[in-house]
Design a protein around this ligand. Structure first.
Ligand code: MN
Ligand code: MN
Length: 311
């Protein structure tokens, strides 16, 4: 056996472990959010003018962030994860309460659908918004990662039920549900060590066939809004046309628009595909150390408890 023999296992780096992939997703969410927030609501032209190619976590943007600071995408996920860890089950009531406390702490940004959903919970005690047919915002998908970890090992029906339980607190829309559930099922496949190509065939193509809004590559989505169809098209285009986390996230955030959220969703998926060791160290070094510590801790603890029961 020679060094170039593909059967020589010592010649190639070993595949990431499940824990490395799950931590890759949580850290990928945070670095994608921090990287994208700088260029949120900008057009690709404006980004090119100001940054050339935007590739470093430098803060700023319309929120005037400190370098390494994250936004609602990451902090809502951490609030959700804390509720799951404290309750040790998937129950919408403690999750809604955690979101309410998160809003009380005056987050750096908050979407209007999220604000309306939390206000509805405070007013009525109900943990599901009435069904909204017209808008399919990305606010439930951006924070879905703790549910994905907590449901790792459950059958698909229960995974979908758990996803809706958290999503409907603020976003009750069938198109958004289908997209978020596809992201969670893709995360599960990637954490198990399946390929990106398998996720494309098993989850993305069926999703796009059922819901044409997710039909990516017809023509590239160049400046995504907060609509789930835009967000996931950008994420899929970058994810399936790149070979590593850095390339994937740079492609996503340089399209601007809702760039912190497309960065966050792409970061979860690319982190799952390539593992935490593929995240550029300059990004991990730039990230708020308190946030990266919470991401690692929640990833480890939720994975240790998974799967949790759905109430
Ligand atoms: Mn945000
Ligand atoms: Mn956003």
């Amino acid at each position: 056996m020679t060094a170039s023999d593909p059967s020589n296992a010592t010649a190639k780096p070993s595949a990431p472990s499940v824990a490395e992939r799950v931590r890759g997703s949580y850290l990928g969410l945070a670095v994608g959010d921090a990287l994208g927030a700088t260029v949120e609501f900008m057009t690709p032209r404006e980004i090119a003018h100001d940054y050339g190619v935007h590739r470093n976590i430098v803060g700023g943007g319309w929120l005037r962030l400190k370098p390494g600071q994250v936004t609602d995408d990451t902090t809502m996920a951490l609030a959700l994860g804390s509720a799951l860890l404290a309750d040790r089950s998937i129950d919408p009531l403690p999750i809604a309460e955690a979101f309410s406390q998160w809003m009380r702490a005056k987050p750096v940004d908050i979407g209007h659908t999220v604000r309306a959903g939390i206000a509805h919970y405070r007013r009525t005690g109900h943990t599901a918004m009435p069904e909204e047919e017209m808008s399919a915002g990305n606010g439930a998908c951006m924070r879905c990662l703790p549910i994905a970890i907590a449901t790792f090992g459950l059958d698909e029906t229960r995974v979908r039920a758990a996803s809706r339980a958290q999503a409907h607190i603020t976003h009750n829309n069938a198109l958004a549900d289908a997209g978020t559930e596809a992201v969670i099922l893709m995360l599960h496949g990637l954490w198990r060590g399946e390929t990106l190509h398998q996720q494309l065939a098993q989850h993305v193509q069926p999703l796009a066939e059922k819901h044409p809004a997710y039909g990516f590559r017809r023509r590239p989505c160049l400046n995504p809004t907060g609509f789930m169809g835009h967000s996931l098209r950008v994420v899929f285009e970058a994810l399936f046309d790149s070979d590593n986390i850095e390339q994937c996230l740079i492609e996503v955030v340089n399209r601007g628009g809702d760039a912190d959220t497309t960065g966050a969703i792409a970061g979860m998926l690319a982190g799952a595909a390539y593992g935490e060791n593929d995240i550029p160290s300059r990004w991990l070094d730039a990230l708020d150390p308190d946030i990266s510590q919470q991401c690692i801790s929640q990833a480890n603890r939720l994975l240790g408890l998974a799967p949790l029961e759905v109430r």
